[in-house]
Every structure is written in C-alpha cells, then in structure tokens.
Unconditional design. Structure first.
Length: 154
C-alpha cells in the first residue's frame, strides 16, 4: 500500500508537468513483458552513483541536470521513450525537454524506481546481475522506499 505522502508527491509532479505523459509501473511492466509490442527506449535520469546501485534492465543513464540529447541521435523521434528517476520529478523535467526536442512518444514513470522497487519488480546492478537495493537519493526521499530496498551508506 502506498503512503498518502507518496501519492500526494506523485500528484504534485503530475500537476507540475501537465504536458508530460505519465505511465504507471504496472503498465510499464506489462509493456516490457509483451514481446509483440515495440519495446521502449528506457532512460534513467539519476546520478551515476544512483544508477550504479540499481536500475531497470536495458536503461541508459542520462544526466538529469544537463541531459545530453545528442546521445539520442540514433533514436527515432517516433520511438517510445520511458524516463524514470527516484520518484518522477527529475525524469519529468527530462521528458519535458525531450518533448521540446521533437520526440513524440515520451512517458514519465509515475513513482519512479522507488515505486518499481516497492512493488518488487526486477532491478539490476548491471544487465546480468540482479539487485534488491535502490539508492535512496537522500535521507528524506529514501523514506518513500521500503526500508528493505534502501541501500545504506548513501
């Protein structure tokens, strides 16, 4: 069960970025499991330290502060793109920038990797080794992550 504070945070993100399409963790997981559907290009909009602890398989890290859009030069503007971060704020900012760059199928993962982890969905330290831990971003934001998934010393 999600906390009221986490639900309010997700609502605030939606209201702050009204033009950014949101996708639920459930819909995203279904999409990844459906090999008949065109698979999305997945962007992780967190720091290198956060990405190193765990990420969603096949995701490519993009700097959330100064996103390098040239890294997407080989990606068609029609390719579906899912962007996520810890809870969805940094990724919504990146999604907004991708929209301005002309990408047309961009989705922000609502609840980010915190919700993904809290729902016990698969995460990886690299694309071969699974991980059960998530970088908590900081002591305050880490409270949105179930304690058993919170990487310590961060």
């Amino acid at each position: 069960m999600q906390s009221l504070a986490f639900s309010l945070l997700k609502l605030l993100i939606r209201l702050s970025f009204p033009t950014v399409n949101q996708i639920s963790t459930e819909k995203f997981a279904e999409w990844l499991a459906d090999s008949a559907k065109q698979q999305p290009f997945v962007l992780d909009a967190r720091s290198p330290a956060e990405y190193a602890v765990s990420h969603i398989k096949t995701s490519v890290r993009i700097d959330p502060v100064v996103p390098d859009i040239t890294a997407l030069s080989t990606v068609s503007k029609n390719t579906p793109i899912i962007v996520y971060c810890s809870v969805g704020y940094r990724s919504a900012k990146v999604a907004q920038q991708l929209d301005r760059e002309g990408f047309i199928q961009i989705f922000n993962l609502s609840g980010g990797i915190f919700q993904w982890a809290n729902e016990e969905r698969p995460m990886f330290k690299d694309n071969e080794h699974s991980s059960q831990l998530v970088h908590p971003y900081n002591a305050i934001w880490g409270n949105f992550l179930k304690h058993s998934y919170r990487a310590e010393n961060h």
